[in-house]
Design a protein around this ligand. Structure first.
Ligand SMILES: NC(=O)c1ccc[n+]([C@@H]2O[C@H](COP(=O)([O-])OP(=O)(O)OC[C@H]3O[C@@H](n4cnc5c(N)ncnc54)[C@H](O)[C@@H]3O)[C@@H](O)[C@H]2O)c1
Ligand SMILES: [Zn+2]
Length: 363
């Protein structure tokens, strides 16, 4: 088992990464000195596979858990679902020392974290992420929240978990497309922060695609450590944390114009990162050989590296980019790479260059 410490003063916590961790949920919660009553929030896909061992482990450690199951998918990050979770917590008489366990992907983590942050002005929160994306990204950093009609993640909080258990065994049941989408965030960490990780990914990709326990544990732990390091330096996103958005300016816009459905997040940011690498070659000196390595790694991971858009869709894409949070005074700002492992944020990019890059990708 690997342990990654997230250092945030008195809100510091550990991320445990390895196999057979779900059966330890109860004993790990016990060590935290939490109250007896608790809730496990999950979605119906994950419940079918993992609610039994999760509840059994909590009960064996003396806890009294209630299971709250929400429908799978982004639509559950909704205030109506939050309300129904609150009602079930109240019915089960959770009190100040009680805790909420998020058992699932990023949707469940964001939802359950928001419920934990706000119920009784905050009860303890435990994360058991079961998608690769949630293990390397959404479960680290403390952002929790839900969506409004007006946009994603518009209501939320910064709320840190007390512990994160990344049980790599849970990834065995994850649909392959979801797993590959998670790899897009994994590759991102190599590009933005760690040349050695990028090289390791190039070398070990076949092992990762086969869920080799050792390769996977090392890589997930490294990704968590990188995110923890970045978040530790900039918890509330005033500077450095922006580098985590590499590939996300175009990626988010692709998700927005395709109506959050055609592309998984990881697929959209795969296209976005390849485009950002090409912009980097033009503006921040990323060697062309590195652009090629980046493109190849995404391709070999089974992820899309370009998108064909007609002129109407293209116009919509730019509108979406300008609506994104990373725009100030009408200028689109990007995270760009100087080399693999080193990026700069807040880089202004002219629209015609973005158009050129999109044209060359689609060709
Ligand atoms: N808080 C953050 O910092 C942060 C960062 C990145 C993304 N997010 C959020 O994360 C969400 C996306 O998360 P996601 O990609 O994990 O999606 P998800 O939670 O919707 O999970 C993807 C699908 O896989 C299923 N699933 C989950 N674990 C499984 C398993 N082990 N076996 C079989 N099926 C399983 C789910 O039911 C779902 O259908 C988005 O809402 C995004 O906004 C948050
Ligand atoms: Zn992302």
């Amino acid at each position: 088992m690997r342990v990654v410490k997230v250092s945030l003063g008195e809100r510091s916590y550990s991320i445990l990464i390895g196999n057979r961790l779900l059966p330890r949920l109860g004993s790990e919660c016990k060590k935290l000195g939490l109250g007896q009553r608790c809730a496990v929030i999950t979605d119906s896909n994950v419940a079918a596979k993992f609610s039994k061992p999760a509840l059994a482990s909590l009960k064996a450690a003396g806890f009294d858990p209630v299971l709250i199951t929400v429908p799978p998918g982004e639509k559950s990050k909704d205030l109506k679902i939050v309300q129904s979770c609150y009602d079930q917590l109240a019915l089960h008489r959770l009190e100040r020392k009680s805790f909420v366990v998020a058992l699932g992907g990023g949707v469940v983590g964001d939802l359950a974290g928001f419920v934990a942050a706000t119920y009784l002005r905050g009860v303890a929160f435990i994360q058991v992420p079961t998608t690769l994306l949630a293990q390397v990204d959404s479960s680290v950093g403390g952002k929790v929240g839900v969506n409004l009609k007006a946009g994603k993640n518009l209501v939320g909080a910064f709320y840190q978990p007390r512990i994160v258990l990344c049980d790599l065994d849970t990834l065995k049941t994850l649909p392959q497309r979801e797993y590959r989408a998670g790899l897009a965030e994994v590759i991102k960490y190599g590009i933005i922060y760690d040349q050695a990780l990028f090289r390791k990914l190039e070398r070990d990709l076949p092992k990762l695609l086969k869920l080799d326990p050792n390769a996977l544990a090392t890589v997930v732990a490294r990704c968590c450590a990188i995110k923890a390091d970045v978040v530790g330096q900039d918890e509330t996103e005033s500077g450095l944390r922006a580098i985590l958005n590499f590939g996300h300016t175009i990626g988010h816009a692709i998700e927005a114009i395709s109506g959050y459905g055609n592309y998984l997040h990881g697929e959209a940011i795969s296209i976005g990162q390849v485009a950002a690498a090409e912009l980097s070659a033009a503006l921040t000196g990323l060697p062309l050989g590195d652009v090629e390595r980046v493109t190849n790694l995404f391709r070999e991971s089974g992820l899309p590296t370009g998108i064909h858009l007609n002129s109407q869709q293209r116009a919509k894409l730019f509108d979406a980019m300008k609506l994104d949070k990373k725009v100030s005074a009408g200028e689109i700002k990007f995270v760009l790479a100087e080399r693999i492992g080193k990026v700069l944020w807040g880089q202004k990019v002219p629209q015609d260059l973005i158009e050129q890059v999109l044209d060359s990708q689609a060709a």
